[in-house]
Write a protein that binds this ligand. Structure first.
Ligand SMILES: Cc1cc2nc3c(=O)[nH]c(=O)nc-3n(C[C@H](O)[C@H](O)[C@H](O)COP(=O)(O)O)c2cc1C
Length: 365
């Protein structure tokens, strides 16, 4: 970590996590923070779902919920970024405090509950970008008090299809009661049918990714994989935060309700990624999320089956240049191991990862 990052982390950690998040967004908006030249290397480029990713390390949803700083994030070295989750109407989310750092574990627990400014405000901001280059996905969700979750996703498709680089259909937040029920076979099929029917009526057809939870048993994985394989989805993101507290037992925040992310999520989310890789058609790309924070964890995600990775929590611990640092580390290891393109790694250890236990592991076992 650079001196700047170390000092910045120290200062931000004196603030409560949500205030620190607001300060970091304000810093990025100000344009006053140092930027870093992107790591440009052909070997890091990934072509997927008609998009050309300059590198495979993206920022996950939830950091820039309202689309305030996508271009600043791309300038930090992320190969792509994702706005949202955005719901049709603005909503304030759950009462504070609702965001907790588990510093000793490099983890985070959140129960924000889709606090966001709603479609209109986010749309105005993205339209103001004026079609600038860079891959900016839009992650869509449902209002907590919605009478019809499916209609909320359809509204998201209609609102953003003219400018989203891609859509993420997020049905895996643990903080909106009932949302994860959309992962059940019949409900998922109905949702996807509605999403693609709405998309067919738009003038543009961006790729659509589905974002899943890591808390699924073998029967659920099989059922969901069946529905996905029969759908026109362009990719699957694994995973969102977990309800498990494995690895953080006894921590003073372990009992907080919400989803756990960061380093403690790495094993579970990587094993789930590999299990889906084993069950889904090889042509369907997967995006690995959960505990990525350095080149070793990103490398493992690719080997488990990811074509791209995203991260959020470990940026809190590693600093703003985490994507650049990961890219540098990937290139150094590709040099050492004579790997010509990141895609050569994808899935080459997915059987091994799929057979590991969901809990209690580390990169080495
Ligand atoms: C504070 C916080 C807010 C989040 N908000 C969202 C969200 O709005 N939508 C979403 O799909 N995922 C959200 N996530 C989940 C992340 O996008 C990601 O899937 C998860 O944290 C695992 O990645 P990580 O270990 O790198 O953080 C959020 C995560 C955190 C820590």
């Amino acid at each position: 970590m650079s001196l700047f990052s170390a000092l910045g982390r120290k200062a931000l950690f004196t603030l409560d996590p949500e205030t620190a998040h607001g300060v970091s967004i304000a810093g990025l908006r100000s344009g006053l923070l140092p930027t870093c030249p992107p790591v440009a290397d052909r070997r890091l480029e990934v072509a997927l779902a008609g998009l050309a990713f300059p590198n495979p390390v993206g920022l996950a949803a939830g950091y820039d919920k309202n689309g305030e700083v996508p271009d600043a994030l791309l300038r930090l070295g992320f190969g792509f970024t994702e706005v949202g989750t955005v719901t049709p109407r603005a909503q304030s989310g759950n009462p504070k405090p609702r965001l907790f750092r588990l510093v000793e574990h490099e983890g985070v627990i959140n129960r924000l509950g889709f606090n966001n400014e709603g479609h209109d405000a986010v749309l105005r901001r993205l339209e103001a970008r004026g079609g600038r280059s860079g891959i900016v996905g839009v992650n869509i969700g449902a209002n907590k008090d919605s009478g019809d979750f499916v209609a909320d996703y359809v509204a998201g498709i209609r609102a953003f299809s003219h400018l989203a680089s891609y859509f993420t259909v997020n049905i895996s937040s643990p903080n909106t009661p009932g949302l994860r029920n959309l992962q059940a076979g019949e409900a998922l099929k109905r949702l996807l049918d509605a999403v693609f029917e709405a998309l067919a009526q738009q003038g543009r057809r961006p790729p659509v990714f589905l974002k899943l939870a890591p808390d699924l048993d073998a029967a659920a994985v099989g059922e969901i994989a069946g529905v996905i394989a029969a759908s026109p989805l362009d990719g699957v993101m694994i995973s969102n935060t977990t309800l498990s507290r494995s690895g953080v037992e006894g921590h003073r925040h372990a009992g907080e309700a919400g989803g756990l992310s960061g380093r403690p999520l790495f094993q579970r989310s990587t094993v789930m990624l590999a299990r889906f890789r084993q069950q889904l058609p090889a042509t369907l790309p997967l995006i690995g999320i959960g505990g990525v924070g350095d080149a070793a964890t990103a490398w493992a995600k690719f080997e488990a089956g990811a074509a791209l990775v995203q991260l959020y929590s470990r940026m809190v611990y590693e600093g703003p240049f985490v994507a650049r640092d990961i890219c540098k580390g990937l290139i150094a290891r590709m040099d050492r191991e004579k790997i010509g393109a990141i895609s050569e790694l994808t899935g080459r250890a997915s059987a091994e990862w799929a057979a590991k236990p969901l809990e209690g592991g580390s990169l080495e076992n």
